[in-house]
Design a binder for this molecule. Structure first.
Ligand code: T1G
Length: 697
């Protein structure tokens, strides 16, 4: 037996304790150990029941994701679950922490299930581009019915113990040591002569409208295929005997295991964790972080304050005037009330945050004891430097001074203080208490422990923090500017903004670039174009048609008209007929004869522009690794998670194919399509962006 399973006897009960830190993933050794331990329990005299428990903080977190993509090794998990279920002994699972994926499937193979009140169960395989592959799509519907099973599987959500008990997923919820309460439950079952209760022998679920369910899940998946596949697997549980259903589930599972979407989503899973592991921060202690000062209580400042309060930090928010300070307090209250309404925050904790957690002031002296200050004032260098000069005078030695600027030079801001080593960029994304991405922008003189403090704040706020160097737009906005320009060029050459938006939402983006521009406000892009105009390269193609709309005061959703026309109270907009006229005028001025674009070419150009600029960002060291770009685009820019990020997408396409396309496009516009040196280097060496990730981690 492997050392992953500790076998012990409590009278007539065999206890199988899984020991595979950190979360008892079902590695081959664990599967082998469980199988051997079941054999042993059935062979020993006097054993009437088996109790399965997990050591540490989780029952079982699921199959071992590090094994995916490698040849499967026996015992296969579905066989193990069926083997456990088929035991002549009474088998009970005592669940605590999380029981996810294969973890829940092992528990469903048991005859009874007891859980801790704070335990959570779920089948999150769709978040990995898969479906449950060890009987989950066959056993769960037999307990909860097809509709609820499909909701749980396609959402991948974690179900709290109380709800799981209501659904019949667990039989008992009892507080206490999982082994102790498990043993007591087994003894109760034995004393009452409770029968073995194989879930597979329960009646098949009642049929539902499978095709309608499949269609709605497919639509909701926005291009991701595994949730819809799960519907078909559950349908199999209703239409075939259990054994046949298991075969069909396995076939679906193995097909999905081969997909690019599974590669992309596993890439995202591991790199969401790896992105915060920076070699240069190993052993670097962050500074104390109990109280946070925020300068500016507009949407961004109030959002940051909300995130900090929700993380249990004390917040002192500074505004220039009492009226603005009061408005900021209202904004924060509104944000927190949203969390209360969603059941994420209790009324009592809300009251505590708004009374003792938050102080709003018009006096900078209130900041003298805070551990970190982040400013979210107007995006103007003069204003920022003035604020930092005041912070330098007021804040205690060692206080971290952070700017939330989205593109200004953090070195220049740091130079406004006597302590540039304490200055860092913390670029939040609006709404700051919702968006997960945080760019931690490291200036030339930023001290390592200040960088570590930026990451510590990000972790406390539940962010995905990415280290960025200083340049215009850091990582995300710099790359966005380029792929957005590629879209603008396609409009000038004949594609409509509406076709481009649709092609990209079909590719998996939540919104296309023009709908995003309407949401953010066309005035922002307009101001950026005016700011950059004096420095433009003569070869740059910058469309002006949309400026005409801005000059008329149309800035998108906030004014009711932009690329789209928005009706009050209606979601989404309809294409603005003015756009075609404005584009045609500019094409005539530029002597362009518009041509047709296929959706495929639109996506390809858009993605090649994104990857090319991303390769420059990595090559220049603005992003440490390609995975840092992937996580930036996933968590800040709505990039479809099932591709894993633009760099993973490029690896899957083949970097040689991407470079060939860029070189072909460069024949039309050599200035815009200058191939990134890093991309050319990797292609020449036959390496991938993932090879770089491995070398850098
Ligand atoms: N396999 C391998 N490693 C895993 C793992 C897993 N299933 N889950 C977590 N880890 C590692 C993780 O990479 C990290 O490593 C460490 O554990 C702590 O994780 C057949 C096929 C369990 C809720 O999708 O959701 O079963 O970075 O930092 O925030 O149907 O991890 O320390 O080196 O996330 O407390 C289904 C995935 C698999 C669950 C804990 N299960 N994991 O969160 O810690 S597919 C999942 C999680 C499956 C079957 C199918 C979370 C967590 P390192 P962490 P956490």
């Amino acid at each position: 037996m492997t050392d992953k399973i500790e076998y012990s006897r409590q009278d007539d009960i065999a206890v199988l304790r899984i020991r595979n830190p950190p979360v008892n993933a079902l590695s081959q050794a664990v599967r082998q150990g469980l199988s051997d331990a079941m054999d042993r329990a059935e062979a020993e005299d006097g054993v009437k029941a088996v109790l399965i428990v997990g050591e540490g903080r989780a029952f079982i977190a699921g199959a071992d994701i590090t094994e995916f993509g490698k040849p499967p090794q026996e015992p296969f998990l579905p066989d193990l679950c069926t083997r456990i279920e088929g035991s002549p002994l009474l088998v009970v699972a005592s669940m605590h922490g999380v029981s996810l994926g294969g973890g829940l499937e092992v528990a469903l193979g048991a005859h009874y299930r007891i859980a801790q009140p704070d335990a959570r169960v779920g089948l999150p395989e769709v978040h990995l581009g898969l479906i449950p592959g060890a009987g989950g799509t066959q056993r769960l519907p037999r307990l909860t019915g097809a509709e609820k099973a499909i909701e749980i599987i396609t959402s991948g959500r974690q179900v709290k113990a109380a709800e799981a008990e209501e659904l019949g997923l667990v039989d008992r919820v009892t507080e206490g040591d999982p082994e102790a309460v498990g043993l007591a439950y087994v003894r109760e079952l034995l004393s009452t002569g409770a029968p073995r209760r194989p879930v597979s022998e329960l009646p098949a679920p009642e049929p539902i409208d499978w095709d309608a369910t499949y269609d709605s899940v497919l639509k909701k998946g926005r291009g991701q295929i595994s949730p819809a596949t799960a519907v078909r697997a559950v349908q199999d549980s209703a239409e075939h005997p259990f054994a046949e259903g298991m075969k069909r589930e396995r076939a679906h599972f193995m097909d999905l295991m081969q997909t690019d979407q599974r590669k992309g989503m596993i890439h995202a899973f591991f790199n969401e964790r790896a992105v915060g592991n920076l070699p240069e921060l190993k052993g670097v202690e962050p500074r104390a972080l109990q109280s946070v000062g925020i300068i500016g209580g507009g949407t961004m400042g109030a959002g940051i304050a909300t995130a900090a309060l929700l993380a249990g930090l004390n917040v002192i928010l500074i505004e220039m005037k009492q009226e603005a300070a009061d408005a900021a307090r209202e904004r924060i209250a509104g944000n927190l009330q949203g969390a209360v309404k969603r059941g994420k925050l209790s009324e009592s904790r809300y009251e505590a945050m708004m009374t003792t957690g938050l102080e709003v002031s018009v006096n900078y002296d209130s900041l003298r004891d805070v551990d970190l200050v982040v400013e979210a004032v107007f995006e103007d260098m003069g204003v920022k430097r003035e604020v930092f000069g005041r912070l330098d005078a007021v804040c205690k030695p060692g206080c971290v001074l952070a700017t939330n600027t989205s593109y200004l030079d953090v070195n220049e801001i740091a130079a406004a203080t006597s302590r540039p080593e304490d200055v860092i960029g913390l670029h939040f994304f609006s709404p700051a208490h919702v968006m997960k991405l945080l760019e931690v922008v490291v200036a030339d003189k930023t001290a390592p422990d200040v960088v570590a403090t930026g990451f510590a704040l990000g972790k406390a706020l539940g962010k995905v923090s990415v280290r960025a160097g200083v340049c215009d737009g850091f990582i995300g906005n710099r790359i966005l500017a380029v792929y957005r320009t590629a879209a603008d060029h396609m409009v000038l050459d004949g594609a409509s903004p509406f076709q481009i938006d649709k092609a990209l939402t079909d590719f998996g983006f939540a919104m296309g670039p023009f709908a995003v521009a309407d949401l953010a406000g066309l005035d922002i892009g307009w101001a950026t174009r005016k700011r950059k105009a004096p420095h433009r390269h003569p070869e740059e193609r910058v469309p002006t048609y949309i400026d005409r709309l801005c000059e008329q005061g149309h800035f998108g959703q906030k004014t009711g008209e932009g690329y789209y026309v928005y009706e009050k109270g209606k979601r989404g907009g309809t294409p603005n007929p003015k756009i075609a006229e404005l584009v045609a005028e500019e094409q005539a001025e530029r002597g362009i004869t518009p041509r047709d674009f296929t959706d495929e070419e639109i996506v390809r150009r858009y993605m090649c522009a994104m990857v090319n600029e991303a390769a420059k960002v990595v090559g220049e060291g603005i992003a440490r690794r390609p995975l840092d770009v992937d996580m930036t685009l996933l968590f800040g820019y709505g990039f479809p998670r099932f591709w894993g990020g633009p760099m993973k997408w490029a690896d899957i396409q083949g970097l040689d194919n991407v470079l060939a396309d860029i070189e072909r496009y460069a024949q039309e516009d050599a200035w815009f399509w200058q191939p990134a040196p890093l991309l050319k280097k990797l292609v020449a060496e036959g390496r991938t962006f993932d090879d770089l990730n491995k070398a850098a981690s």
